[in-house]
Design a protein around this ligand. Structure first.
Ligand SMILES: C[S@@+](CC[C@H](N)C(=O)[O-])C[C@H]1O[C@@H](n2cnc3c(N)ncnc32)[C@H](O)[C@@H]1O
Length: 289
C-alpha cells in the first residue's frame, strides 16, 4: 500500500471497529436522546470518569513542553463535559471555548467555573458534527477533544484540524477497560457480554493523523474511579445507561435491582470501580510531512 492510501485505509478500519463494537453499534437512541443521557449524567460525572485528574495533567504537561501556551492563546475544547480540560486550559490561555451538545454538562461546568473564579471560559452549546466552523469566533491555537463520542470518524476528526492554527490534542481509550460490574450488567441485559472491538481506541485516530503526514506524539495516562452509590441511585444510573439500547423489560429491571441489592457493602451502598488507560495524542497542524 502506498503511504498516501494509508489514512483512507485507517479510516475504513475505524468504521469497521465502530460497527463491530457492540457497545456503540447496538445503541438505538437518537442524537437528542443521547444528549439527554449526558444531561442526566452531569451531576455524577465528576465522581466517575471526571474523578481522576492524571489524564488532564498529562495533556497539560505535554502541551506546555511543546510550547502551545501563550498569554494570547485561545483554545477550543470539544465535548467539554463538566470542564475537566476546559478549566485547566483556562489557567493557561487567554480564552477557552467549551463546546458541548449537553446543556446539563455545560451548566455543571459553569457552576464550577464560578466557584473557582474562572472568567475566561465561554460555553458553546452545539453538536460538533453539525456546527459550522464559521459560527465559531476564530481558528484556535489549541483544539482539544477528550472522550468525545462525537468525534468517532475521519470527517469529525479532521474538522479539528480545520479549526486549529496550532496544536490539536485528542484523548480517548487505550486498550481494554476493567470494570467491577459492567460485564455482569451486560449479561443481565443482553444475556452475554458485549463484543468490544476497540471502536473508541486511540489507535484509529492516531493512524489517520499519522497517515496524513503529521507526526503525532502519544502519551499514556491511567484513569481509574471507584464510587459508592445508594442502591436506588445505582439502579437508576444503570437503567439510564442501558436505556440507550432500547426499553428495558420489567424482568430485566428486577434482575438489575436484585444484582445491585445482593452486592451492597457494610454501609448499605453499591460500590463499583473502573480501571482504564487513556491515550493522549498531540500533533502540530503546521508540522506536516
Ligand atoms: C465522556 S464526556 C467527556 C467530557 C470531558 N471531555 C472529559 O474528558 O472528561 C463526553 C462529552 O461529549 C459530549 N458530546 C458527545 N457527542 C457530542 C457531539 N457530537 N458534539 C458535542 N459534544 C458531544 C457529551 O455531551 C459529553 O459531555
Amino acid at each position: 500500500m502506498k503511504f498516501e492510501q494509508y489514512a483512507d485505509f485507517a479510516g475504513r478500519q475505524w468504521r469497521l471497529a465502530m460497527s463491530e463494537s457492540e457497545h456503540f453499534s447496538l445503541e438505538k437512541c437518537s442524537a437528542d436522546e443521547k444528549t439527554a443521557v449526558w444531561d442526566k449524567m452531569a451531576a455524577t460525572y465528576d465522581i466517575s470518569m471526571g474523578a481522576d485528574t492524571r489524564r488532564i495533567e498529562a495533556a497539560i504537561v505535554r502541551l506546555e513542553k511543546l510550547g502551545a501556551f501563550s498569554p494570547d492563546a485561545v483554545a477550543l475544547d470539544i465535548g467539554s463535559g463538566t470542564g475537566a480540560y476546559s478549566l485547566a486550559l483556562a489557567g493557561k490561555c487567554r480564552a477557552v471555548y467549551a463546546l458541548d451538545s449537553s446543556r446539563g454538562m455545560q451548566e455543571t461546568m459553569m457552576e464550577k467555573a464560578e466557584k473557582l473564579g474562572v472568567k475566561n471560559l465561554i460555553p458553546v452549546c452545539a453538536d460538533w458534527k453539525s456546527v459550522s466552523l464559521e459560527a465559531l469566533p476564530c481558528r484556535f491555537d489549541i483544539v482539544l477533544s477528550s472522550l468525545n463520542t462525537g468525534i468517532n470518524d475521519t470527517e469529525s476528526l479532521l474538522k479539528m484540524n480545520r479549526a486549529s492554527k496550532g496544536f490539536c490534542c485528542y484523548a480517548t481509550a487505550c486498550g481494554t477497560a476493567l470494570s467491577s460490574s459492567r460485564g455482569d450488567f451486560q449479561k443481565i441485559v443482553f444475556g452475554r457480554e458485549l463484543k468490544a472491538a476497540g471502536g473508541n481506541d486511540i489507535i484509529h485516530p492516531f493512524n489517520i493523523i499519522y497517515g496524513l503526514g503529521y507526526r503525532p506524539e502519544l502519551t499514556y495516562a491511567p484513569c481509574e474511579w471507584a464510587k459508592e452509590e445508594k442502591p436506588e441511585e445505582a439502579f437508576e444510573a444503570v437503567c439510564r445507561d442501558f436505556g440507550r439500547y432500547g426499553p428495558l423489560s420489567e424482568e430485566v429491571k428486577s434482575r438489575l435491582r436484585e444484582y445491585i441489592s445482593s452486592r451492597l457493602n457494610e454501609r448499605g451502598m453499591f460500590s463499583h470501580w473502573q480501571k482504564s488507560v487513556m491515550g493522549i495524542m498531540i500533533w502540530d497542524t503546521r508540522d506536516f510531512g
